[in-house]
Write a protein that binds this ligand. Structure first.
Ligand SMILES: Cc1cc2nc3c(=O)[nH]c(=O)nc-3n(C[C@H](O)[C@H](O)[C@H](O)COP(=O)(O)OP(=O)(O)OC[C@H]3O[C@@H](n4cnc5c(N)ncnc54)[C@H](O)[C@@H]3O)c2cc1C
Length: 350
């Protein structure tokens, strides 16, 4: 079998890259382990324009977010499935430092921030926000499992998907092509998520696994809430009083390590937001985010083996930033266009 590109991993990264190469009329094969629990399958998929306790608004947010929404909406039109849920975030201040940070942002960068916030109204009987907060606009969440499943089906229809493990040591690499089993390809792109840490071609990349827990739970008293609620944790409404709640950040943990402490930590964050305790916990999942530096995507070809490439490190901003970087990676692979300097893998080369 001869393909233009062999993509290793069908998480968010591999799926985004596959769509961009398919739309450029290239033949791809995506090989995936088909694990039940992965970062992409567990992730909340939140798009949060103002991040962290400093309410940071990245310079490239407009570019990345506009590109991402156009990309997801385009796929929705093709498929008839809704993947992207536009929603406001009720951002509740967690402490007086956050109140001060927000005041400072408004005083010094009020114009730049104005498209991204609105006044907050809450019912204090239901929501715990003694310090107030604001409503974050232009936010939302991607149903990543639905997006992955639609991508998988679309790949299967093109005979472009296989379940399997591509090990670096099983590749036969020459300057002209790469062979894996009976597949010949011009290039192999590793989109392995946190497992990329063990890839001998790229083991010098400082990929840090960061485990995170997510619960699905019921809070019937909050059934009419349609906004995402966020403080140091968050609650995403799914309808009928069901919510996804998260999350934890445990650096250096590999694999999905479900622990009672992970569940308790999330429940603590929920208790800090909602006045009513969950009536039931429907599920608890834990997966590992592939994080490099500040959730910056890193990508590029291997220095001495140009047929081997890497696309990874989306961290907590994969849904927002992934599509634009996949577009740039595809153009790099197809036409040799330079990579965005901040994402160029060789900035990290030792
Ligand atoms: C709890 C939690 C909450 C999160 N919340 C958000 C959020 O709100 N917003 C956001 O944007 N992001 C969030 N993320 C991060 C998001 O999940 C990641 O940015 C993104 O999904 C990572 O995608 P990926 O394709 O790089 O990695 P993965 O999802 O890990 O996918 C890698 C794929 O490659 C496969 N694979 C690995 N090695 C091989 C191999 N050798 N051969 C074949 N297949 C292989 C794996 O099985 C997997 O399917 C969250 C993550 C977690 C865990």
């Amino acid at each position: 079998m001869k393909v233009d590109f062999l993509i290793v991993g069908q998480g968010l990264a591999g799926s985004l890259l596959a769509w961009h190469l398919i739309d450029a009329h290239k033949r791809v094969l995506v090989v995936d382990l088909d694990e039940a629990v992965t970062s992409s399958k567990v992730a909340a998929g939140l798009v949060t324009p103002l991040t962290g306790f400093r309410f940071f608004l990245p310079e490239d947010l407009d570019r990345n977010l506009n590109y991402a929404r156009r990309f997801y909406w385009g796929l929705e039109e093709r498929s008839g499935i809704t993947f992207y849920h536009h929603s406001r975030i009720a951002r509740l201040f967690a402490n007086s430092d956050e109140v001060d940070q927000w005041k400072h942002r408004m005083e010094t960068e009020g114009n730049r921030y104005s498209p991204y916030h609105a006044p907050l109204t809450i019912d204090p009987e239901l929501i715990n926000a003694p310090l107030g907060g604001f409503e974050m606009r232009e936010a939302g969440w991607l149903d990543i499992p639905a997006f992955l499943e639609y991508t998988r089906q679309s790949l299967l229809e093109r005979a472009a998907y296989a379940i399997g493990r591509v090990e670096a040591r099983d590749l036969k690499v020459t300057h002209a092509e790469v062979r894996w089993q009976n597949v010949t390809s011009a290039a192999v792109i590793f989109c392995e998520g946190w497992r990329g840490k063990a890839n001998p071609y790229f083991d010098w990349v400082p990929l840090t696994p960061v485990a995170g827990d997510i619960l699905e739970l019921e809070i019937p008293e909050l059934a009419s809430e349609t906004r995402i609620l966020s403080k140091s944790g968050w609650l995403i409404p799914l309808g009928d009083g069901r919510f996804r709640a998260g999350s934890t950040y445990r650096r250096g943990i590999e694999g999905s390590a479900l622990t009672p402490s992970g569940q308790e930590e999330v429940l603590g964050k929920v208790a800090d937001i909602a006045r009513h305790a969950p009536s039931s916990i429907l599920s608890h999942q834990c997966a590992v985010r592939p994080t490099i530096q500040h959730s910056q995507v890193f990508m590029g070809r291997h220095g001495s083996l140009p047929g081997i490439a890497f696309f990874n490190g989306m961290g907590s901003k994969g849904v927002t930033n992934g599509p634009w970087y996949a577009h740039r990676m595809a153009r790099h692979l197809l036409y040799g266009e330079p990579l965005p300097p901040e994402a160029d893998l060789f900035r990290l080369y030792p």
